[in-house]
Design a protein around this ligand. Structure first.
Ligand SMILES: C[S@@+](CC[C@H](N)C(=O)[O-])C[C@H]1O[C@@H](n2cnc3c(N)ncnc32)[C@H](O)[C@@H]1O
Ligand code: SF4
Length: 296
């Protein structure tokens, strides 16, 4: 067992399954998105972790000789920490794990507002090379209705800063977030945001409410309901059809998805679109995840 003192629950992107999850702060400093229940428990109140405690954990992992190739800085928005604090942590990471391939973190666009490209470049040089950005949508109305606290412009600014600093970005878009009413504009604006930003990775997740969607629906302000499978596929069709990406690794394989899609955009655009259209027009031909196989 890793000698780590996690404050549970701890979340990480699916692609960080082999990484050491280093909790450098607890919870999410924003914590207002109405669809997100990840850091709502009492013990998950936002708090940066003392650097001395983070170092003690690194030391015990290094001394145990555990193979660490990648580190993910948890929890929800470690990039809210000051550049000075992040540098301090990254220097220690380098010291304890000299052979590391990469360090990554979740990153809200607002986390980068007060960080310059020069500061981000310094962080990149210290090993922080991948930012997971939960854009969720490119549509300002959807973003406002779910209280993301971001907009098309603020999301694009952050993604451009990340690129200018030489870091890579991995964007999350939430399929179904706008409900039936805003589905089309959500897909179109999300494609527009991705086309402008050209992220390195793009993944789509299906919005899910394991504890019920009542509060989310009330806050949304106009009628909202969960999209059915076909509606989700149609939204995906609009998104894919309007994406003009040069070289973005696209993944729609998170456990929340019914239809698993993987490819490189734009190279695989026609093939991916054809899979979605087959799922819509010839149901049964492409295997879908069963409800019991899905999760968050
Ligand atoms: C643990 S959160 C941290 C992300 C980071 N704070 C941000 O907003 O960029 C990771 C992602 O989980 C996804 N997520 C959160 N609530 C969800 C829900 N109810 N259904 C599906 N995905 C959800 C969102 O895409 C979110 O960006
Ligand atoms: S989606 Fe990200 S920013 Fe929004 S509440 Fe969840 S962790 Fe915080």
């Amino acid at each position: 067992m890793y000698p780590l003192n996690y404050i549970e629950p701890v979340f990480r992107p699916p692609s960080e399954w082999q990484s050491l999850i280093l909790q450098v702060c607890n919870g999410c400093s924003y914590n207002k998105c109405t669809f997100c229940e990840m850091y709502t428990l009492e013990q998950k109140k936002f708090k940066p972790k003392k650097v001395a405690l983070i170092e003690a954990e690194m030391r015990s992992i290094a001394e145990a000789g555990l193979p660490v190739k990648r580190i993910f800085l948890a929890d929800g928005d470690a990039m809210t920490l000051s550049t000075r604090r992040l540098k301090e942590i990254l220097v220690l990471i380098k010291q304890y794990f000299p052979g590391l391939q990469r360090v990554s973190s979740y990153c809200l666009p607002r986390n980068l507002k007060n960080k310059t490209v020069e500061e981000l470049t310094e962080l990149k040089e210290l090993g922080l090379s991948l930012m997971y950005v939960g854009c969720e949508s490119g549509d300002d109305e959807v973003l406002e209705r779910v209280q993301k606290g971001e907009s098309f412009d603020s999301s694009l600014d952050a993604l451009q800063k990340i690129k200018q600093a030489g870091m890579r970005s991995s964007v999350m878009i939430l399929n179904g977030l706008g409900g039936p009413e805003l589905s089309e504009q959500h897909a179109l604006a999300s494609a527009k945001l991705m086309n402008a930003a050209q992220p390195d990775y793009l993944s789509t997740l299906v919005v899910e409410f394991p504890q019920g969607s009542g509060d989310f629906e009330t806050a949304f302000g106009i009628p909202w309901r969960k999209l059915g499978k076909m509606e989700l596929f149609r939204e995906m069709e609009i998104l894919l059809d309007n994406l003009e990406l040069k070289k973005t690794i696209f993944r729609s394989d998170h456990a929340s998805n019914y239809l698993v899609l993987k490819g490189v955009l734009g190279k695989d655009k026609a093939a991916l679109l054809s899979q979605v259209r087959t799922a819509i027009h010839q149901p049964g031909l492409i295997p879908l995840r069963e409800e019991w196989q899905r999760g968050l």
